[in-house]
Design a protein around this ligand. Sequence first.
Ligand code: BES
Ligand code: MN
Ligand code: ZN
Length: 536
Amino acid sequence: MTIQFSTKIFPQADLQSLKLQKSSLKTLLGNATDCLVLAYSKADIDSFSGAKGAKAKEGFLPELDFLLGGSVNHANILGDLDSKQASVCMLRAEKSWSSNGVKAKRVLLVSLGDVHLASERSLTTYSKVARAALKVMSGGSIESALWFTPSFALAHKADFIAEEVRLTVQYAGDQAYRFGVRQPAMKFKVKDKADTFQHLIFAGNDACAKELKAAVEQGVAIVEGMHLAKDLGNLPPNICTPTYLGKAAQGLSKKTALKVDVLGLKQIEALGMGSFLSVAKGSATPPQFIVMKHQGGKAGEAPIVLVGKGITFDTGGISLKPGEAMDEMKYDMCGAASVIGTMYSVALMKLKKNVIGVIPTCENMPSGQATRPGDIVKSMSGQTIEILNTDAEGRLILCDALTYVERFKPAAVIDVATLTGACVIALGHVHSGLFSEDEGLVSELTKAGHTSLDTVWRLPLDAAYHDQLKSNFADVANIGGRPAGSVTAACFLSRFTEKYKWAHLDIAGTAWKSGAAKGSTGRPVPLLVNFLLERK
Ligand code: BES
Ligand code: MN
Ligand code: ZN
């Protein structure tokens, strides 16, 4: 990671409250930072400009203006200080600053907008504001910045500050992502301009000191997990093979306390995973079955199990896909990448829960050995499947993994998959599709989506759709026709999840971006990590 994150606590008595107090301003400005970042609200501006009805001299801007020798007033006269949410104003040091003991080289003022409105005091607001500030700071000549966290506290609660800080680290770290910096297999270099911005320091006070430090650590762990997920997603399919994914997972067991097992073809055969193997058959590259364990909770405690689809390239098989944008099917292992990334995050933050990551991974290729449309295979569960379309392969590898995880007696199982093009049509690139009959999991995942801004949208999964999966020759067909394609895919999976609480995430629209910004997004690592963090 190119950006470092740290915290700095100003423990003065007058900083007890989360609000910015006058004398603390002087201490803050006395810091020799490249850029002090402060947030203000519409009320601050109104009172500063003497707007009608505004309380005179309320807020910190008059004091800031005094210490900065009139710079705030000057900016305001020029019209640079806008109360509109997420507008930014950079003040640069002038001679007069130093006479008041100001050592900061710049002060970046960011508007929170009208925070008297309860509806505005949300993480969505915060994310707009934080992104605007981060954009100004990166890509310029600023190396290090001091982010006065309490000034951003939209809800004056320490745990809300923790959520804000986690998001800031997530964004700043994510913004600094560059492809191929960490992966040893990358023999070719991608030229990219180096970043100047290197260090983000969160300033806090006694009221939020504890939360701040933990939140920064968690944020950094999330960024590491996202970066890993992005790297694995972005790697070309000739390098990122099932074997490579297995080695990447195993590599993490050397850096962390994760325990990793990778099963090969013989072991997969012995387990009776006929459905998984039917997909792998067409490829010259052998399948792998990866199991990653994080033991952060008590020994007997039921684990949360994450299952990720790891198709390292999806040609469609004999039901071959059309050529357009087929290269993007290297991203068909993004479910696996996000599970590996999440396991890495969880291990780095030493989460006090038991979490297991399971990844079936192979290539979906056409060949003389490949599965044909019409073939019937027997899954590990014993159910027979008529494969009507070899391009509906994600569900075929996942169903055996979902049977395999029964042995862990899981508290809950969540599978993550770039499963259907229909999900992209239904939800676009905004929300991941969420399918579950368990109201508890639905509400936990929905909430975690909001706190991480890695959101989900629930789609149905009820019995009425199961009819579409009827087969004349086997227990179930692997496709249900075009109507509600994402739902029938989820219905197919649900037939293998009867022994535990289960949710399915379809990340086909959210795991990567196409076009000029083509690349893996690292989603849903933030969602999954927040879900695990917030879970009781
Ligand atoms: N990996 C694809 C899903 C996909 C397609 C994700 C496009 C993102 C963009 C999956 O294996 C697939 O091919 N699904 C088929 C299912 C169909 C044959 C029932 C699809 O969505 O077309
Ligand atoms: Mn497919
Ligand atoms: Zn696929």
